[in-house]
Design a protein around this ligand. Sequence first.
Ligand SMILES: Cc1cc2nc3c(=O)[nH]c(=O)nc-3n(C[C@H](O)[C@H](O)[C@H](O)COP(=O)(O)OP(=O)(O)OC[C@H]3O[C@@H](n4cnc5c(N)ncnc54)[C@H](O)[C@@H]3O)c2cc1C
Length: 396
Amino acid sequence: MNFGISRDDLAFASEVRAFIAGALPEEIRTKVRSELRLTRAEMTSWQRRLFDQGWVAPAWPRDHGGTGWSLARQYVFKRELGLGFAPDLPAFGLQMIGPVLYTFASQEQKQRYLPGILTGETWWCQGFSEPNAGSDLASLKTRATLDGNHYVVSGQKIWTSLAHLADMMFCLVRTESTPKPQAGLSLLLLDMRSPGVTVRPIITLDGHHHLNEVFLDAVRVPQENLVGEPGRGWTYAKFLLGHERIGIANIPRLRRRFAALLELGAQPNCHGRAALADPAWRRRIADYEIDLKALEATELATLRRAEAGAADAMAASVLKVAGTELLQRADTLLWDLMGAEAAVLPTDAARRESPLAAVRYGVTPALLHGRAASIYGGSNEIQRNIMAGHLFGPAT
Ligand SMILES: Cc1cc2nc3c(=O)[nH]c(=O)nc-3n(C[C@H](O)[C@H](O)[C@H](O)COP(=O)(O)OP(=O)(O)OC[C@H]3O[C@@H](n4cnc5c(N)ncnc54)[C@H](O)[C@@H]3O)c2cc1C
């Protein structure tokens, strides 16, 4: 669907497709198609290609190494990457802390950190959530106390994606006890190799290690690693979490799921019948396709409003909830299509056998991991609260 996309941007889409065909190694493409984890080296090599092409940070301003593209062009670019099975680069550097740094950080911090974020040499993780502070993030307890020209940080972070691979953490800490808890928070840039940092893995339902607990025991962080002003961490955190609307619904991923539904639905089952021969199945898959197209139209309408400079406070929540719910619905449909076969967690080798095997065997791990999509990035219940607040006013 190209509703509202200009001819120039469509021509650019062909350029992106040609670039992907030449630059994306087959091994990486196969892994993305099969929902297999990429190594840090593979991710960085792809990021480096995008960097060399000047396309690594579509949303950043040009003078900080971005492209200066319109929102429509960014949309087209992301769509082509997704449909071409290019990996999603970790969001923590490019989409989260990078924009905070070029907007709020000191000149020294920009010079020190932005280049490594752009090339992928420095990997970041997000130290926000704690055992008793997730949705209610402002209640976090990790404390940073000034001692000479260092902050001494003690506390525990949890669900920290990629902490085991990260060089740096942007960490929300309490520097003051204030009546309004948000007011006492600050944002620190913490070197993960510092003495006192312990990273412990959390293995998720899909059998992988993406998540961690991070224990901070009197970690000394130079005062110069404070971002902006002390006590303004909440402002930076809100900026960071709400920064990027384009692509939040991850339509290419949903479209890939649709292609998988058609592919698996055309395969004969153990009774020799293809699901697509069954009107009830055709209807379930058609319902999914209709909702996918509606979401795509909603995303494009959001983009046009944003290009016109209109404020749209609910857009990110609407797209996040609809996108993650459709993802979970697609995975459930795929799982139903697989029947009893879906009960077996496949080996990586089985998933590489053929493009169809990649689809078949990727179903169960994707379904299990997909449960997290309605939790991370602000749970869907919280997004619904935000929408209700905009529509009906704040809860009393
Ligand atoms: C895969 C994954 C990766 C993550 N990566 C990171 C990361 O890299 N860094 C990081 O800091 N955090 C990360 N998180 C943590 C994530 O941000 C939190 O899990 C999320 O904010 C929810 O917090 P919680 O888990 O403490 O659940 P809680 O806040 O305890 O919520 C439990 C349940 O109650 C509901 N609930 C809570 N409050 C309300 C309310 N006011 N109204 C209605 N319902 C409510 C929630 O929606 C949820 O269903 C990750 C989480 C996951 C699953």
